[in-house]
Design a protein around this ligand. Sequence first.
Ligand code: ADP
Ligand code: NI
Length: 217
Amino acid sequence: MDKKEILLQTEAYVRETLAVGGAGHDWWHVYRVWKNALHIAQTETVDLFVVELAALLHDIADHKFHGGDETIGPKTARAWLEKLNVDESVIAHVTEIIASLSFKGAQVATPMRTREGMVVQDADRLDAIGAIGIARAFAYGGAKGRLLHDPNVQVEMHDSFETYKNSPAPTINHFYEKLLLLKDLMNTATARKIAEGRHVYMEEFLSRFYNEWEGEA
Ligand code: ADP
Ligand code: NI
C-alpha cells in the first residue's frame, strides 16, 4: 500500500472512530490539528508522512476514557499501523510522538525529541487556544459540570499530571493553568506567530468576561 492510500485509510478510520465527540476529542479536533500541522510543516524540514499520521492518530484513544491508562493511545495507533504494514521505523516514530504530546500541567516538562513531533505538538496546542480553544474549554468544563468562574477559587500552577488532570476548578482557571501558557511553549516559529494572535484574542475575551461579570459594559 502506498503512502497516499495509508493516509486515506487512516483518515477514514479516525473519522469513524471519533465520530461521536468525547469532550473536545472529536473528529473535527483531529481535522483542525491535521490542517494546522500541514500549515506549520510548510516552513519545516520534516517527514510529512510521519507528521500526517501522528496528527491523524494523536487522539485515537484517550486515557480519560480508559481508566487513566496513558499507554492506550500509542498502543491503539500501533495496532492500526501494523495492520496496514507500515514500516516499523515510522510506527516507532509516530507512537513516540503520540506518547509525548500532551500538556501535563504548568510545571511539568513535555519535551519532544524530533522536529516532526514538535510540529504536531504545536498543531495540537494551537487548537487549544484562540476562539476554538475558548469554545473547547467551556465545552469540556460543561461536560464535567464545572462552574464557568468562581472568583474565590485560586489559580494553581500544577507540578504533576495527577493534580492537573484531576483539578475540579472552574473553567476560567484553565486559562491561567494552561491556555495562556501555550504561546511560550510553541516549538516552531510559524506556530508561535499564530499563537500570538490567538493569545491576544483570549486576553481580550477574559477582560470582557470580568467586566460583564461585574455588570459593566
Ligand atoms: P490535549 O489534546 O492537549 O491532550 P486535553 O485532552 O487535555 O488536550 O483537553 C482537550 C480539550 O479540553 C482542550 O481544549 C483543553 O484545553 C480542554 N481542557 C482540558 N482540561 C480542561 C479543564 N480542566 N477545564 C477546561 N478545559 C479543559
Ligand atoms: Ni488533541
